[in-house]
Design a protein around this ligand. Sequence first.
Ligand code: HMG
Ligand code: MG
Length: 310
Amino acid sequence: LDSRRVKVVEVGPRDGLQNEKAVISTDVKVELIERLVKGGLRCVESGSFVSPKWVPQMASTADVLQSSRLSALRSTHKDLSLPVLVPNIKGLDSLLALPPNLTDEIAVFVSASEGFSRANLNCSVAESLSRLEPVFRTARDRGLKVRGYVSVVLGCPFDGRVEPQQVAHVAKALRDLGAYEVSLGDTIGVGVPRGWDEVVGACEQQGVPARQLAAHCHDTYGTALASILHCVSQLGIRTVDSSIAALGGCPYSPGATGNVATEDVLYALSASEIPTTVLAFDELCQVGEWISAELGRENGSRVGKAMKGR
Ligand code: HMG
Ligand code: MG
């Protein structure tokens, strides 16, 4: 494998949909995952086991995972990963109460700032890290891989500037707990290449190399692609999170728009001759058109719109 190859983690069915007000049927969620996988994506974050009072849209995650259509996908694609987000041991217990082998991976999330930690997890950063200890332990016992997210790495809607050292501290804590990869979330989409230099540099100084990091950009200020190209071509990051049709926005991040669009990331990487793990670009553009129509939204992907006009 080309060591420059970039892995794309699709977060649309989770990060993209969690903020939608209207109830989206389990069928549509399953069909979205199915289409994304048929479009060549092999890591598709498929839901979260969080409090349904806090994030009602994700309440159907157990149904989504248990759908027979996803079982069929799992048996066809042995390399498929359908991670789900869990905030605490209760979330992991809900997953483990289901039949086995619905997923091989969970994702946990910690904030780099105190303000966002309160809003998103209702506890301090230190408390959230200690609450994750049993989650990591149980996941290890059950053979589940754990991906860690750090939120608000380039700015917090409540606390403002976030120190790169604080991001690095949380990233290292997650790695030391057992996360195989730490995804750095620019939750409010304010990042630019210079900020990523500082954050990734601070993580590396703490002993978390760029190869264990992922860039998770929201595109609120239109700088996500600039940041991603910089992270990949200059900083050695090899995993990028994105969302089909730029769906999304975090419920606890006022004003944040969607994640950077998967189609836009794939176009920018391929036009820069940076290989990715995804091949079926045209199909994915159609998936973006389809889900935008299902949700009654304009397609948030620039590339998706351009491809439609061709
Ligand atoms: P809390 O209220 O402090 O928790 O919420 P609690 O332990 O006091 O429990 C309160 C109630 O929630 C109880 O129910 C629990 O049973 C229930 P009640 O007795 O009132 O009926 N509960 C749960 N129910 C289902 N699943 C669970 C669970 N845990 C407790 N796992 C809690 C704490 C973490 C649960 C809450 O704050 C929560 O669910 N937060 C989720 C927030 C969320 O999903 N945010 C979006 C995802 S993160 C994100 O988008 C950022 C990311 O994309 C990266 C980036 O962009 O930066 C990853
Ligand atoms: Mg996010």
